[in-house]
Design a protein around this ligand. Sequence first.
Ligand code: ATP
Length: 373
Amino acid sequence: MSSIVFENLTKYFQSSLALDRLNLEVKSGELITLLGPSGCGKTTTLRMLAGFITPDEGKIIVDDRIISAPKNSLPPEKRNMSMIFQSYAIWPHLTVFENVAFGLRLRKVGKKELSDRVAQALALVHLEKLAHRYPSELSGGQQQRVSLARAVVVEPQILLLDEPLSNLDASLREAMRNEILTLHKRLKLTTVYVTHDRIEALALADRVVVMKAGKIQQVGTPEEIYEHPNTEFVASFIGRCNLLSGKLISRNSVEVNGMLFRVADIAKEIGVGDGVVLCIRPHAVIMNSAHYLMDGETANSLGARVEHCEYLGEFREYTLKLDKSNLSLCAIAPPHIRHQPNSLVDISIPIASCRVLPAEVKSAKSPYVMQKV
Ligand code: ATP
């Protein structure tokens, strides 16, 4: 297990800035997910850690040793890291056993130790019975498990994964995600996992690193990032939310289009009088159900009319128009709770679920922005 420090890491491709002074510390044994939209610099960060790209400025330190710097970079094969790719990248002409054994043969590991270690690695990913097969005789999920076994058999200090589940269908992705998590809990390898899938990032990470345009936007546990995002970008990238433009009237109230919302969770550096965005997740808009509030929990109580309802299997999604305003809110409720369009409902929004964010230029134009991710 190893710790990693990224210090002011910067990379240009021609004149375009792909990574802009990235600073991050990954603790020994931690699983970090790098999450962000296409082109935000996730893969560049990972490839730099693997040694395939040299930084223009800054450095990467692993266990107090500089491994990447503009004029001083350790080659990939000397880094003791294993990388897993979206495309599996396993040898088509080698059996499962030989694919997993490949790295051990390069390291000249003796015959007995080699077969023991390959058997252990295959058992970890439940492939012991398929050791004799070729990749063309395996499903996508099984091929990705071969690449997992091949990555861990060499006992790397650090495991790197670049969107490893993107080529799998939804149910297999979920199963593989659980396998990766189980493997991580067992081996405790320091792991950096690149994804643009927020569910994957939340489900796997000890800490999520949200990136945008070559910069880190926020680092935190999945709960911190989801429940206390620092910006509108992070709030909407990590999950769906109602974003309402308003003004902070006092340390516990926000005015939106003439309506007052009581709040208790305000992002740093926002002062009274500032323009803000109120972030409310759809599941926090509770309809006709005061008893869903926990004892002692206070809420904003409002009246609304149902504009639209969609049945989505696991839940129903409502568009609600708030009384005495032109504000709309998205709410979700269990499928057995039915409200017809045009019916009137009382809604409760727990104060703790009203996150106040600094206003960004885009949101100031519209009083209601519903993000669908
Ligand atoms: P994706 O999720 O689509 O893989 P990403 O977040 O991993 O995106 P990167 O691949 O790190 O993004 O790319 C960051 C920026 O650097 C992008 O604008 C990309 O076009 C640019 N870039 C990456 N590699 C190169 C390269 N070899 N030459 C030129 N530009 C590059």
